[in-house]
Design a protein. Structure first.
Length: 118
Protein backbone atom coordinates (compact mmCIF):
# COMPACT_ATOMS: atom_id res chain seq x y z
CA UNK A 1 0.00 0.00 0.00
CA UNK A 2 1.31 3.45 -0.91
CA UNK A 3 0.25 6.48 1.09
CA UNK A 4 0.09 9.38 -1.39
CA UNK A 5 -0.43 11.92 1.42
CA UNK A 6 2.91 11.39 3.14
CA UNK A 7 4.60 14.51 1.61
CA UNK A 8 1.62 16.66 2.59
CA UNK A 9 1.59 15.39 6.16
CA UNK A 10 5.36 15.83 6.45
CA UNK A 11 5.03 19.35 5.05
CA UNK A 12 2.30 20.17 7.59
CA UNK A 13 4.42 18.82 10.43
CA UNK A 14 7.48 20.80 9.35
CA UNK A 15 5.43 24.01 8.94
CA UNK A 16 4.26 23.71 12.54
CA UNK A 17 7.84 24.35 13.70
CA UNK A 18 8.38 27.55 11.69
CA UNK A 19 7.44 29.76 14.65
CA UNK A 20 10.14 28.13 16.81
CA UNK A 21 13.01 30.57 16.27
CA UNK A 22 15.27 28.32 18.36
CA UNK A 23 14.97 25.53 15.79
CA UNK A 24 18.04 26.26 13.68
CA UNK A 25 19.04 22.98 12.08
CA UNK A 26 19.29 19.25 12.49
CA UNK A 27 21.49 16.47 11.19
CA UNK A 28 20.08 14.34 8.39
CA UNK A 29 22.26 11.44 7.28
CA UNK A 30 25.38 13.25 8.47
CA UNK A 31 24.50 16.59 6.86
CA UNK A 32 23.20 19.70 8.64
CA UNK A 33 19.82 20.88 7.31
CA UNK A 34 17.85 23.94 8.34
CA UNK A 35 14.10 23.74 8.74
CA UNK A 36 13.80 25.78 5.56
CA UNK A 37 16.02 23.25 3.73
CA UNK A 38 13.75 20.40 4.84
CA UNK A 39 10.59 22.25 3.84
CA UNK A 40 12.15 23.09 0.46
CA UNK A 41 12.83 19.39 -0.17
CA UNK A 42 9.16 18.54 0.47
CA UNK A 43 7.96 21.50 -1.63
CA UNK A 44 10.08 20.30 -4.56
CA UNK A 45 8.55 16.81 -4.20
CA UNK A 46 5.03 18.25 -4.15
CA UNK A 47 5.75 20.45 -7.17
CA UNK A 48 7.15 17.48 -9.10
CA UNK A 49 4.03 15.43 -8.35
CA UNK A 50 1.77 18.27 -9.45
CA UNK A 51 3.72 18.68 -12.70
CA UNK A 52 3.57 14.92 -13.32
CA UNK A 53 -0.21 14.92 -12.90
CA UNK A 54 -0.77 18.08 -14.96
CA UNK A 55 1.84 17.26 -17.57
CA UNK A 56 2.95 20.88 -17.61
CA UNK A 57 5.29 23.08 -15.56
CA UNK A 58 3.86 24.85 -12.53
CA UNK A 59 3.96 28.62 -13.09
CA UNK A 60 2.36 29.72 -9.81
CA UNK A 61 1.41 28.16 -6.50
CA UNK A 62 -0.91 28.91 -3.62
CA UNK A 63 0.26 27.45 -0.33
CA UNK A 64 -1.97 27.05 2.70
CA UNK A 65 -0.79 28.50 5.96
CA UNK A 66 -2.21 28.79 9.47
CA UNK A 67 -4.18 31.96 10.14
CA UNK A 68 -1.49 32.71 12.69
CA UNK A 69 1.63 30.64 13.17
CA UNK A 70 1.69 32.21 16.63
CA UNK A 71 -0.37 34.65 18.68
CA UNK A 72 2.86 36.63 19.05
CA UNK A 73 3.05 38.90 15.97
CA UNK A 74 6.85 38.71 15.88
CA UNK A 75 6.85 34.90 15.87
CA UNK A 76 4.16 34.87 13.19
CA UNK A 77 6.23 37.25 11.05
CA UNK A 78 9.35 35.13 11.61
CA UNK A 79 7.45 31.99 10.55
CA UNK A 80 6.17 33.69 7.40
CA UNK A 81 9.70 34.87 6.54
CA UNK A 82 11.04 31.35 7.01
CA UNK A 83 8.27 29.92 4.81
CA UNK A 84 9.03 32.45 2.07
CA UNK A 85 12.71 31.52 2.33
CA UNK A 86 11.85 27.80 2.01
CA UNK A 87 9.81 28.58 -1.12
CA UNK A 88 12.76 30.50 -2.56
CA UNK A 89 15.10 27.57 -1.80
CA UNK A 90 12.64 25.27 -3.58
CA UNK A 91 12.62 27.70 -6.54
CA UNK A 92 8.83 27.88 -6.56
CA UNK A 93 7.38 30.36 -9.04
CA UNK A 94 4.93 33.10 -8.04
CA UNK A 95 3.97 31.85 -4.57
CA UNK A 96 0.94 33.21 -2.72
CA UNK A 97 -0.16 32.18 0.76
CA UNK A 98 -3.76 31.55 1.73
CA UNK A 99 -4.95 30.97 5.31
CA UNK A 100 -5.93 27.30 5.63
CA UNK A 101 -9.56 27.98 6.64
CA UNK A 102 -10.02 29.96 3.42
CA UNK A 103 -8.34 27.20 1.40
CA UNK A 104 -10.63 24.59 2.97
CA UNK A 105 -13.70 26.68 2.18
CA UNK A 106 -12.64 27.09 -1.46
CA UNK A 107 -12.01 23.36 -1.80
CA UNK A 108 -15.42 22.61 -0.29
CA UNK A 109 -17.10 25.09 -2.63
CA UNK A 110 -15.57 23.34 -5.66
CA UNK A 111 -17.19 20.03 -4.75
CA UNK A 112 -20.34 21.07 -2.88
CA UNK A 113 -23.77 20.78 -4.49
CA UNK A 114 -24.98 24.07 -5.96
CA UNK A 115 -27.59 24.57 -3.22
CA UNK A 116 -24.80 24.53 -0.60
CA UNK A 117 -22.71 27.20 -2.29
CA UNK A 118 -25.17 30.08 -2.01
Amino acid sequence: MVDQNIPGRLFQSLKSHLRDVDYIDTEVFGERKTLEDLIAIVLRMIRARIEDVLGTPVTRMVIGRPVNYSEDPELHAAAMARMRHACALAELPNVAFLPEPNAAALLYAQHAPANQRA
